[in-house]
Design a protein around this ligand. Structure first.
Ligand code: 5RP
Length: 213
């Protein structure tokens, strides 16, 4: 089975704080995400700055784009992003327009998406989805559980590379142990810890423990 990658989500309000954290964990993680919050606060400056620091890492702009796919994709790609995200409720033309301008497009799954919709994403050639528990759902008492496994498995069976995210803690990873998860995306589970480097390494070690080195 494939070994999942580890993606850090930089959801800082200020670029300087994001830079302080990425300096601690940049060499440990596989993928660096300029989170939605940081994109909104600091825009393309954040992407280009982190691209300069990490020329060889995969960088994702978590734009959760809903419209103007071509322009948004062009802008983030020019700043140095390899991948970007669109929200699942974006129209197919928005996704297709974005797809033309960026190496990889990820569909962020929030709210009332359906597997029929997901099939249309496959049909236009998309291969990545991000299975998400929203911050707000988690704050309202939601947790990771068996209900998520079934949906993630169906998406994998449809041919998607599935990333998993949303308030992930170390203890959540084993829930997915029998599935070829593409990527675990972790924000606060690393950046809010007293020692982000130790926290990032602990996620890496747990992935290696469960899925093998
Ligand atoms: C918020 C996001 C976050 O970047 C993602 O969920 C990871 O952050 P955390 O681990 O802190 O929940 O996409 O919309």
């Amino acid at each position: 089975m494939i070994r999942p990658k580890l993606q850090i989500a930089l959801d800082h309000n200020r670029l300087e704080n994001a830079l302080a954290d990425i300096k601690k964990v940049g060499e440990i993680v596989d993928i660096i995400e300029i989170g939605t919050i940081l994109c909104l606060q600091e825009g393309s400056k954040a992407i280009s700055c982190i691209r300069q620091m990490y020329p060889d890492k995969t960088i994702v702009a978590d734009t959760k784009c809903a419209d103007a796919g071509e322009t948004v994709a062009e802008n983030v790609a020019r700043s140095g992003a390899d991948w970007m995200t669109v929200i699942c409720s974006a129209s197919l033309p928005t996704m297709q327009a974005a797809q033309q301008k960026i190496k990889e497009l990820q569909v962020e799954l929030y709210g009332d998406w359906t597997f029929e919709q997901a099939q249309t994403w496959r049909e236009i050639g998309l291969s990545q989805v991000v299975y998400h528990q929203s911050r707000d759902a988690l704050l309202a008492g939601g947790t990771w559980g068996e209900q998520d496994l079934g949906k993630v498995k169906t998406l994998i069976d449809m041919g998607f590379q599935v990333s998993v995210t949303g308030g992930l803690a170390l203890k959540n990873l084993s829930l997915f142990q029998h599935l070829p998860i593409f990527n675990f995306i972790v924000g606060r589970g690393i950046t809010s810890e007293e020692n982000p480097m130790v926290a990032a390494q602990a996620f890496k070690d747990e992935i290696n423990r469960i899925w093998g080195e």
